[in-house]
Design a protein around this ligand. Sequence first.
Ligand code: CDP
Length: 203
Amino acid sequence: MRFTIAIDGPAAAGKGTISKAVAWHFGFAHLDTGLLYRAVGAKVLAGAGPVAAARGLTSEDINGDLRSPDVADAASRVAVIPEVRAALVDFQRDFANRDGGAVLDGRDIGTVICPDADVKLYVTASAKVRAERRFLELEAKGTDLTRAEVLSDVVARDKRDAERDEAPMRAAGDAVTLDTSGMSIGDAVAAAINHVKLARHVG
Ligand code: CDP
């Protein structure tokens, strides 16, 4: 059985949590494609060239702490490079087409990686809400950043992701938008699962 769910959206919108929960609910595999770009970004911070880093990416590169703001920023800088994106396409498409169902989350899954996905969700929330969620995550890990700094990082990264020429962040024409600004994470997960159930029933 092949069934692909594409979940896109801006930084810290809750894509990761929703994708994991949806994958768990349906017994599908999950790929956080942001980790691929973060791993390339981390290698670049360590001195590698971005294209070579993307072409030589291995599963070990995905381990380790890739969730820092510096790595997120480096990820969005390498993500504008067409050769970097091209190097990561086959892996993502193979994952999407695996037997047993797959959930992929990122920025261009519904538009570029899996334009024929069975379900497409665009998960978003106001910049203020997303920055607050990211701030709380970072605070729990002991960040020195202020709320205002986290907000300006999130806004700058969204702008870079939305305005790049190659595979810019945007909702696919046939995606359903889920604005989680006023929702608890539990409500957002339930809404996403309901949407998938409906699509599976209809499809
Ligand atoms: O967790 P968060 O939403 O903050 O970011 P992420 O999903 O881990 O993605 C980190 C960065 O990778 C994004 O800001 C994008 O620049 C890039 N990315 C991308 O270009 N395409 C994807 N499919 C996934 C991530």
